[in-house]
Design a protein around this ligand. Sequence first.
Ligand code: UD1
Ligand code: CA
Length: 503
Amino acid sequence: MSSQEPPVSTAPRPAVAAVVVLAAGQGTRMRSATPKVLHPLGGRSMLGHVLAAAEPLGAATTVVVVGAGRAAVEAHLARIAPAALPVLQEEQRGSGHAAAIALDAVPDLAGTVLVVNGDAPLLRVATVEALVRAHVEAGNALTVLTAEVSDPTGLGRIVRDGDGAVRAIVEERDATPEQRAIGEINAGVYVGDAAALRSALGRIGADNDQGELYLTDVLGLLVGDGAPVGGARADDPADVLGCNDQRELADRRRTLNDRVLDDLMRSGVTVVDPQTTWVDVTAGVAADAVLHPGTQLLGTTTVAAGAVVGPDTTLVDTEVSGGASVLRSHCVGAVIGPDVTVGPFSYLRPGTRLGRGAKVGSFVETKNVEVGEDSKVPHLSYVGDATIGRGANIGAATIFVNYDGVTKHHTTVGDHVRIGSDTMLVAPVTVGDGAYTAAGSVITSDVPPGAIAVARAPQRNVAGWVRRRRSGTPAAKAAEAAEGRVEAAGSSRSEAPGADTEQ
Ligand code: UD1
Ligand code: CA
């Protein structure tokens, strides 16, 4: 699997009692109907990334503060983290207000709590663990994750005293010019003692430029109490970047993808063009797989060693086995067996399972179909709701007619069957082992093993029709010339003009 984690320390994991994710904010700057924390990147929502970064802490309690787009966020949460407790913040009165509501929702909670902004999708497990460890080792009441960034615009600044001790976090809009010059910023990730947090959150005010209750003010209050607080710098400043608008979302997505591809290439995957290759954090690619330009591996897609994907191929929740190649195709929920070839221009839909050595070719759509070993669907076909045996060949432009307008029906095609080009297989229908169908047939009843089914109108030739009905056209002239040649050759079979012959 591709993991975007640096090697995780083997030191024992400090215990964290609860994780609190702040995800109630509007995200106004996204200018989107989708709540900010639900915007996807790299295979997860922003919220999903934050939860994944905290997951290995093994906290017994996870609280997610919801507000803006609450219904959608709660529905998403129920899907990705059903054990998490959504807590409603009716009115978005600031991050401090949100944190206080979260802690109020779990009144018995004591011990170490991780509080994290919901819009920090690049946060990594190792970074969170290092922060927690620094907090526990220092015996702090509160430790804040910080980073040195080249452009701190819009972020809270970390104010340290002459000894380097953290004294306060000041939001940019409330900062003095000297404070604005500080390059160390607040990442929006905090580890604190539950009791200390409760005490300080009970005392924060809204005396700031936005008139909001700032979580960041907790730090200064605890300093005032003489409580031990600290700041832990992230190794990689990219880890802590928030995401406030579409431009930043695109940047975060690119950074995340770069990390995934770096890991893959380090592990032995060939990525021909990292600029146009996109791999979700949830996808897995084995060493010695080859990804050509324009490849997207999404969801739970896995690609085995020796498989070749792309160019210009999107795989969603698809499994590609060793030796397979998938070229210029779109596949969703498919299982592509060893040494299979797919494409160019194939569309594999959910439930497609291709056995070893099978082939699906150009302009073929498949859905809910099992294709046996070495069977081929080479061109221009629709194959839905079917079982195809081994060694069968499905002729060009065959349609599995699976839908009667109300219900979907199944088609069974046996081993070594030859389906003639342009066959309609009207389901439910079975074509027995070794049977053939004649090209252009509409097959509505079962074909016994070894039979050939011919289900098409007999051919009728109307001689001389073009000469009579299209006289003077190039076709008629060509026909006359051809007939002249036949007569010149002394054929006694030439007919009297005007006679119709039906064969
Ligand atoms: C916040 C920090 C800032 C830090 C930055 C890092 C504060 C006051 N400032 O600023 O120091 O550098 O994150 O990205 O916290 N939220 C709620 N309810 C609210 C308001 C906010 O749940 O009423 C949530 C938001 O959904 C978000 C988080 O709290 O996940 C932070 O809020 P946001 O408005 O994004 O704060 P920033 O201005 O980014
Ligand atoms: Ca933010």
